[in-house]
Design a protein around this ligand. Structure first.
Ligand SMILES: [Zn+2]
Length: 360
């Protein structure tokens, strides 16, 4: 049943920005489980299951979240099962990222309801365009959510993994303006934007800057012809740090250094800095973590705490005051055509969703 539903959903084409059919399918499923469902303007699906049970304390509301979109090539997914593991047929991703999370939550809800036990209010958020800079989560109406704790089913790690921290991610977009001249007739009259960019990039702190911090220049372009001293150059960089202030400071430092380097060459650098998402660190004794540990214990699994240098919807939820951890769903080699999902891990993720709802 859970495998059938996983296969049904991965077969729906749902690359980022094209989740309408997927959203409609999961909205129907949530309704059939008994949730009230709405879709916001961004396309996110929000389902609400009221607390139920009489004469017992059902606890505070919790949120379960996964994303509906997938990275390309994610159209025409045709899953195959070999030795208990689901793969794509090799020319697309599998979309276990994040249909494993979606399927686990749906199955967990059904099992929790079927248990007949008293349930807390559960809010399910299925976001769109997570893979495009967490866009869906960024447009969500947080005032409309009752939960103060939540679980993001979206880590490509074994079930049991609980991600407690994630970095602040800064973007730097750099435009360098020089002066054009003929490269051979009168090179003295030109100022090469490419040369200024090259010097600025050579001085950029690539790689692991410290134990909590990384930096990279990932895109470079500029110039129009070899016989023209380039007037314009462009590059894009990022800085990440588990220490929020460190990320802000390093991005500013880099920007200053880039501007100074360009100015020394007689060029001008305009640097736009953005906070693409904010980092978080959840303490091990936080209630959101203790509930996850308790739920894992029910299934006889130990929690494995990790930090990540990647972002997820969890960054946005945490920044909006909903304490969230990201949970492993067992998928492997995500964002590649070798992506796979062990069926046993899919079941374990579903049981974890159930036990997060039921744990007291
Ligand atoms: Zn994902």
């Amino acid at each position: 049943m859970i495998v059938d539903e996983f296969i049904e959903l991965v077969k729906i084409d749902a690359e980022s920005g094209h989740e309408a059919q997927m959203a409609a399918a999961v909205a129907d499923k949530l309704r059939s489980i008994g949730l009230e469902v709405e879709q916001d303007d961004a396309g996110n699906i929000i389902g609400r299951m009221p607390a139920h049970g009489s004469g017992c304390s059902c606890g505070d509301a919790i949120m379960l979240c996964a994303h509906l979109d997938r990275v390309p090539p994610g159209k025409g997914v045709n899953p195959v099962i070999r030795d208990g593991v689901i793969y794509s047929s090799g020319d697309t991703v599998l979309a276990a990222d994040d249909i494993a999370g979606v399927t686990a939550i749906l199955a967990g809800l059904r099992m929790a309801k079927a248990s007949g036990r008293c349930l807390p209010q559960v809010e399910v958020v299925f976001t769109v365009s997570e893979e495009r800079g967490l866009r869906g989560a960024k447009q969500l109406d947080y005032a409309g959510l009752a939960s103060k704790t939540g679980y993001i089913f979206d880590a490509a790690d074994p079930v049991g993994t609980v991600i407690l921290s994630s970095p602040t991610h800064m973007g730097l977009e750099v435009q360098i303006a020089g002066r054009a001249a003929h490269a051979a007739a009168n090179p003295e009259d030109g100022i090469s934007a490419i040369q200024a960019a090259a010097e600025a990039i050579a001085g950029f702190p690539f790689g692991r800057v410290d134990a909590q911090t990384t930096a990279n220049v990932g895109i470079v372009s500029g110039g129009t012809a070899t016989n023209i001293i380039s007037e314009r150059a462009y590059f894009k960089a990022e800085v990440r740090s588990l220490d929020h202030q460190r990320a802000l400071d390093l991005a500013e430092e880099c920007a200053t250094r880039i501007r100074d380097t360009a100015a020394r060459r007689g060029a001008r650098a305009d640097v736009a800095i953005t906070v693409d998402y904010r980092g978080y660190t959840i303490p091990k004794d936080a209630p959101v973590v203790e509930r996850a540990v308790g739920a894992l214990k029910t299934a006889g699994r130990d929690a494995v705490f990790q930090s990540t240098m990647g972002g997820s919807d969890g960054n946005v939820f945490n920044a909006h005051g909903i304490a969230c951890v990201v949970l492993g769903v067992g998928s492997r080699n995500v964002h590649s055509t070798r992506e796979s999902q062990p069926i046993s891990e899919l079941m374990a993720a579903a049981e974890l969703a159930r036990d997060l709802i039921l744990v007291e």
